[in-house]
Design a binder for this molecule. Structure first.
Ligand code: UN1
Length: 476
């Protein structure tokens, strides 16, 4: 099958080599071959974005708004087909795949509106006869680097604001999910995006990373802490603006007065849905001793009800792990946990399905917060229960982490929920809700090793994708 090309300066360009996109639910199913971009092509993509910048940034906000809205409408019309592609390529269940496509559509709609709403302020100067006007201009050429776990939603929440506010883009999707990225490019092209405004290159970061970080004005990245660190060190000499969204080790605190059903559902959803492959997943369940036995029993029962298998099969709850490397890494973490003295309460084993794929059962361990399984992000259907004797101890455990993306509490106490909301050291805090699952119109970002630079989405997006100007004007 012919490899699907990269998009550079409005042209679909091939290369000698290609990468295959394989369905993690069925390794015999190849979704397509995709041309592997080389560093020279990555540099050409940056040049194309640079050349397209003056005319794109000078377009009317109405034109940008219209293109984003038309893209949203096409995504909406094709939601089932694109949702199925997300399931097939990223291993999400069909419902999760369609849900993600709907979310991408909503993000394009939202930023279609933001394109005509953003602006500045008009203030009197503190000096006589002078006015002060603040305004926003595009930050410039943006490198957008996205992961495989939300292959269309994360691409949408970086691309849509970049375009809405007049920037041009070089887009590097994950090598695991080139097919959905390719569809997104076709949608933008078909709905009127001029050549060079978004360029897409498929290649591993190790190959094109330097080309992508040298001559751009901003970099928006979602992925691992390790790659994030490398991007920071590369971006500092060029002084590019950076926005990094990385891992999490998110706690869900369950107090003794919690509604047990709510707590179990929050834990099951947060820890195991999307096979736990979310940076917002609940991987540390900090449970008060008085509710511990009842909570674990109910959670294990719920885990046993979850059907693991082919993401495209209608009644599947938990799809596969993305690839062998990731599956091995999760299995290694379980072994590390056992070696450290953690108890395996449920799951952990591989699952045989009708098709060959990377299936494993949701896993629950019991351990302490100092264990490595509670320090390092595992990125799989894995959670560890940590016992706490009272609320203060639970809060201290929740905050004892190198990360700081999301956190949650299940309680009926308004007082303790409020205290937790004010004192949890994380960018997101959920009360009686799973730690994962975000709205698209409000800021998203974490602290410490979870995030670096300005946040994403909602009002944060305009901060990142624009630079501000303050003009002083003498009247008369
Ligand atoms: C969600 O919880 O709905 O990569 C989104 C991730 C995050 C997005 C989580 N950046 O998992």
């Amino acid at each position: 099958m012919a490899a699907k090309p990269n998009l550079i300066n409005g042209e679909w360009v091939g290369s000698g080599e290609s990468i295959a996109s394989i369905n993690p639910s069925n390794l015999g199913d190849c979704i397509g071959e995709f041309a592997l971009a080389n560093p020279k092509q990555a540099r050409l993509a940056v040049v194309a974005a640079r050349e397209a910048l003056p005319s794109w940034s000078a377009t009317t906000t109405q034109l940008r708004s219209d293109i984003l809205m038309k893209a949203a409408m096409e995504i909406s019309a094709r939601r089932d087909e694109l949702g199925e592609l997300v399931s097939r390529e990223a291993g999400k269940t069909r419902a999760e795949g369609i849900g993600e496509v709907v979310r991408a559509m909503q993000i394009f709609q939202f930023f279609s509106g933001e394109a005509v709403r953003y602006g500045g302020e008009n203030l009197p100067s503190v000096r006589p006869g002078i006015g002060v006007l603040t305004s926003r201009e595009p930050v410039g050429v943006v490198a957008v680097i996205t992961p495989w776990n939300f292959p269309v939603a994360i691409a949408a929440w970086k691309l849509a604001p970049a375009l809405a506010f007049g920037n041009t883009v070089v887009f590097k999707p994950s090598e695991e999910t080139p097919a959905i990225a390719w569809e997104l490019m076709r949608i933008l092209e078909r709905n009127g995006l001029p050549p060079g405004v978004v360029n897409m290159i498929n290649a591993p970061g190790a190959l094109v990373g330097p080309a992508l970080t040298e001559k751009v004005d901003a970099i928006s990245f979602t992925g691992s802490v390790c790659t994030g660190r490398e991007i920071v060190s590369r971006a500092i000499p060029s002084m590019a603006r950076i926005q990094l969204e990385m891992g999490g080790k998110n706690p869900l605190v369950v107090l003794d007065d919690a509604d047990l059903d709510v707590a179990v559902e929050c834990a099951a959803n947060g820890a195991f849905f999307s096979a736990g492959q979310r940076c917002t997943a609940s991987s540390r369940l900090v449970v008060m001793s008085r509710i511990y036995d009842r909570f674990v029993e109910a959670l294990v029962k719920r885990m046993r009800s979850l059907k693991v298998g082919d993401a495209l099969v209608e009644d599947t709850d938990i799809g596969p792990i993305i690839n062998q490397r990731q599956l091995d890494s999760i299995q290694r973490s379980i072994q590390i946990g056992k070696d450290e003295g953690a108890e395996l309460l449920e799951g952990g084993d591989l699952v045989e399905a009708k098709t060959p794929g990377f299936f494993m059962r949701p896993t629950l361990m019991l351990g302490t917060n100092s264990m490595r399984i509670n320090r390092d992000e595992i990125f799989g259907p894995f959670a560890c229960v940590i016992c706490a004797s009272d609320y203060d101890e639970a809060l201290a455990i929740a905050n004892d982490t190198d990360y700081g993306l999301s956190s949650g509490i299940c309680t009926r106490s308004h007082k303790l929920a409020t205290h937790f909301r004010l004192n949890a050291k994380s960018g997101l805090t959920m009360v009686n809700l799973p730690t994962a699952g975000l709205d698209y119109h409000v800021p998203f970002g974490g602290r410490n090793a979870s995030s670096y630079g300005l946040g994403e989405q909602g009002k944060s997006a305009v901060e990142f994708y624009t630079v501000s100007k303050t003009a002083y004007v003498a009247y008369g």
